[in-house]
Design a protein around this ligand. Structure first.
Ligand SMILES: Nc1ncnc2c1ncn2[C@@H]1O[C@H](COP(=O)(O)OP(=O)(O)OP(=O)(O)O)[C@@H](O)[C@H]1O
Ligand SMILES: [Zn+2]
Ligand SMILES: [Zn+2]
Length: 834
């Protein structure tokens, strides 16, 4: 490779193309596609990724600069992942470096460090020589000094350094360094036994600590971490160092793995004999894995139907072929219980990737995969980029979950990435859910267009699994009309039915899961006299009341203010907070059922690392009667003593301005209902609502996925929403409105012109619109952190290439946007309309 094509890590549209660099002789062996390199770029040194090689440079060869350094011994990205990155940036319209960086663990996101050293011909004055004697000596004898470190240790030298750099007495060099290196542990190695005995005999009796140490090592000769040895032998590290200085012991830095599950024991589990229904569902998946054929499946299995056991056995097939597997689960469902099922079956071959790991832990898990020491990766969204070389199977559990779409750039959907990796690797892809998304389900049963990329629409093979294992029935669901309760004089938070059912559970020692659907149900402060609501001064979003700290907080920017005791607008004292928060439910439970043991899980109680796990373990060990929480209690939990599930405010999210509101509500209710009666004890579900007739709620009563979905697909088709039409949104933000309006209008106009040029009907009045451009209008969140936000939405049919028009239009607007500091953010196939 004489010339390397490098994509530099500057996430802007102007630099979004490869630049050519010479590969110096000394690096020739190390530079490959996917290598991370340091390159000079516009006077700086930046990190870049090698995309490939070129025979001839695009510019005059003599003007090319050489690559400064290669940052890893093995390229962190394979050719396949580089290919995936290229495809992602076309698919979701983001700069290539953004999609490439998304595949690297945070620890490998290099930062540029400055080093200073004296210029060879620097002429120091006598004064400098005397005032800075120590410093100059260190500089001249010790090699380049890291600037950031120097300034931290000696801030008083900053002025002198600046001066000298300006005078050319110091030279500055930049190097790209990893944010984090491999962790090393100082480890003590003892000599062979005979040498140890000799040493012990030679140590004078007064060096008691050293003698104790050697005696200990005679008993325990295996290498041991220095700190652990000091503790175990009851001595100090000074004693160890003294022996090392004498050459008796050897102390070396040894790379250590941070295994977050190191202190946990997983009882091995053997494959369960599959039920006939499971066997039937398993067969086509196993067959595809054996054939090494890329095929996508939708495993539509009701809650508790044994999907996970099918995943485990399919993975086993892939492993026995010497291939590897990725399992994606929603972040929130990545509980110890879930991890345990995989660790128990596959032991140390499993690497776990989730956001609660530290950067270092994540990096170590990632290296296990990259170096072939793990064959199964279980993780949240970004685990889809697990750097395996022989992928045979990709599984996405709870495939309908919105968390598989990343909300920041690159705004990719892990489902689409999984299918693309499946294609490139000849691997099977299994999408599993009790409530598949309309996109996947519609495509699988042939009712709507395929999902995914325009030219490569995916139609999964449909595999139904309609029964729970072992003939366990689905739980009985009752819908309670809360208006009726009110009419009968019950003003409490719990309907009579739910209160009775709860009481029975308490008597029997069984457990209850209570879900408070709080999306769009903020606990906001309102004045009863004038209707004033407290909003964030930077974001135009209602502030949320926090009882613990007695203040009002903005969930978007963190702004906080004290709870008002009178209305800031009309001075009325009748200002109070509204809405049902989990805290309020907890209080109501304690009042209604004295002595009840409640675990509350919401954003406030689960911020601390590991707290989520702790609560669930406590609940599993039956140290609480009720698990009360928001969305996070709805997913993936499998507790034998849960026989009652209650839902408060089932309709809370139905009025959100999002065309998926009904679908989300149905999915959430069905999933949480599925937590009841999964083992021997039968389950019961009570859903409280003010809108019992709403399709998404009524359908839950009879577990009627097909009925609900059929009607919902009809609505979507009539309105041209996904999965029939596609969406693309552009959000513009800036401190000033007029600029946003004019840029938004330019975008909309240029998009309409492009539609017309392509011969596509785009006028709003036509019933057969192939592409429609809406906006600019204020975004659902009209202001965020003091910036106004406007958006345009493009609604288009799958056969229209509106994405390409958007890409061209954005390129045209890029210069203006940069000049005025307008942020443009495009979302292809958005999942969240808020
Ligand atoms: N073949 C089998 N024989 C006996 N028990 C089984 C079998 N398959 C699964 N189970 C058990 O049935 C229960 C439900 O299975 P599992 O959790 O795999 O279902 P699931 O479809 O993944 O559920 P959900 O989507 O609701 O999380 C578990 O306790 C599991 O151990
Ligand atoms: Zn008021
Ligand atoms: Zn705010």
């Amino acid at each position: 490779m004489r010339i390397a094509r490098v994509i530099v890590d500057v996430p802007s549209r102007e630099t979004d193309r490869p630049f050519d660099y010479l590969v110096p002789e000394r690096l020739a062996e190390w530079v490959e596609t996917g290598s991370r390199v340091a390159v000079p770029f516009g006077g700086r040194t930046l990190q870049g990724i090698v995309l490939g090689s070129a025979e001839e440079a695009e510019v005059d060869r003599s003007r090319l600069k050489p690559i400064a350094d290669v940052l890893d011994a093995v390229p962190p990205l394979s050719e396949e992942l580089v290919e995936i990155g290229r495809w992602m940036s076309r698919r979701w319209l983001c700069p290539l470096t953004v999609s490439l960086q998304a595949m690297l663990p945070a620890a490998l996101k290099g930062k540029t460090e400055k080093y200073i050293s004296p210029a060879p011909d620097a002429a120091w004055t006598v004064l400098e020589r005397s005032v800075y004697a120590d410093f100059l000596h260190a500089l001249e004898s010790g090699g380049p000094l890291k600037l950031s470190q120097l300034l931290q240790q000696h801030p008083e030298r900053a002025d002198a350094v600046k001066q000298w750099l300006k005078q050319g007495k110091l030279e500055e060099r930049q190097k790209v360094e990893d944010r984090l290196s491999v962790k090393t542990v100082l480890t003590v190695f003892a000599p062979p036994e005979a040498a140890l005995r000799d040493a012990l005999a030679a140590i004078p009796a007064r060096a008691a600590k050293q003698r104790e140490l050697l005696a200990y090592l005679l008993e325990h000769p295996e290498p041991i971490a220095q700190a652990a040895l000091a503790e175990a032998a009851g001595t100090t590290t000074a004693a160890i160092r003294a022996l090392a200085d004498k050459g008796i012991l050897e102390v070396k830095a040894v790379t250590a793995e941070r295994d977050p599950y190191a202190d946990r024991h997983f009882a091995p589990s053997a494959p369960l004999p599959l039920t006939p229904a499971q066997r039937e569902a398993f067969a086509p998946i196993a067959e595809a894995v054996e054939r090494r054929a890329h095929e996508t499946f939708l495993l539509h299995g009701v809650t508790g139907s044994g999907k996970t056991e099918i995943y485990l056995q399919a993975i086993d097939r892939a492993l026995s072929q010497g291939r590897e597997a990725i399992v994606l689960v929603p972040e929130i469902a990545l509980t110890p219980q879930m991890v345990e099922r995989f660790k128990s079956r596959f032991g140390a071959r499993v690497a776990v990737l989730h956001s609660r790991l530290s950067n270092g832990e994540r990096y170590d898990e990632w290296r296990k995969i990259r170096e072939g020491r793990a064959q199964v990766a279980v993780g949240a969204r970004s685990a889809v980029f697990a750097p395996f070389a022989r992928l045979g199977l990709l599984i996405i559990d709870e495939e309908h979950e919105t968390t598989y779409k990343q909300e920041e750039s690159p705004k990719y959907h892990a489902r689409d990435v999984a299918v693309m990796r499946g294609r490139l690797n000849g691997a099977a892809v299994v999408l599993g859910s009790a409530t598949p998304s309309l996109e996947t389900y519609g495509a699988a049963i042939g009712a709507s267009p395929g999902f995914g990329d325009r030219d490569e629409a995916v139609r999964p093979v449909y595999i139904p699994l309609p029964e729970r294992v072992a003939d366990r029935p689905l739980p009985r669901v009752s819908i309670i009309d809360m208006r009726e309760e009110l009419r009968l004089g019950n003003r409490a938070m719990f309907s009579r039915a739910l209160a009775d059912a709860l009481r029975t559970r308490l008597e029997r020692g069984e457990q209850t899961v209570l879900l408070l659907n709080r999306r769009g149900y903020a606990t906001f402060v309102m004045c009863r006299s004038c209707g004033f609501t407290a909003t964030c001064p930077h974001c135009d979003i209602a502030l949320t009341y926090h009882r613990g700290s007695q203040n009002l907080r903005c969930h978007y920017c963190g702004y906080a203010e004290r709870e008002p005791d009178k209305c800031p607008s009309c001075e009325s004292p009748h200002i109070r907070f509204f809405g049902t928060g989990t805290q309020k439910v907890e209080e109501a439970l304690a009042e209604t059922f004295p002595g009840i043991r409640v675990i509350r899980m919401d954003v406030d109680t689960t911020t601390e690392k590991g707290s989520h796990e702790r609560w669930l373990t406590e609940f599993r060990e039956r140290r609480a009667d009720v698990l009360l929480g928001t969305q996070m209690v709805a997913k993936g939990l499998d507790f034998p003593y849960v026989t009652l599930v209650g839902v408060l405010a089932a309709d809370a999210a139905l009025r959100l301005p999002d065309f998926r509101a009904a679908e989300r509500t149905f999915q959430l209710l069905t999933q949480v209902a599925g937590r009841a009666g999964r083992h021997e004890l039968p389950g019961e579900v009570i859903v409280q609502t003010y809108e019992p007739e709403h399709e998404s709620i009524a359908a839950v009563e009879h577990h009627d996925y097909r009925g609900f979905t059929g009607r919902e697909l009809g609505h979507r088709q009539a309105l041209g929403y996904p999965p029939y039409g596609r969406l693309l949104t552009l959000t513009l933000s800036h401190e000033q409105v007029p600029l946003l309006l004019s840029m938004g209008q330019t975008f909309a106009t240029r998009m309409r012109e492009r539609a017309a040029a392509a011969g596509v009907r785009g006028d709003d009045s036509s019933s057969d619109r192939a592409a429609e451009v809406l906006g600019p209008v204020p975004s659902p969140i009209p202001r965020l952190k003091d910036r106004y936000r406007f958006q345009c939405m493009v609604k288009y049919r799958g056969d229209v290439d509106a994405r390409a028009w958007a890409a061209e239009t954005l390129k045209e607007l890029a210069e203006t946007a940069k000049r005025h500091g307008v942020q443009m953010s495009v979302d292809v196939d958005p999942q969240m309309m808020l």
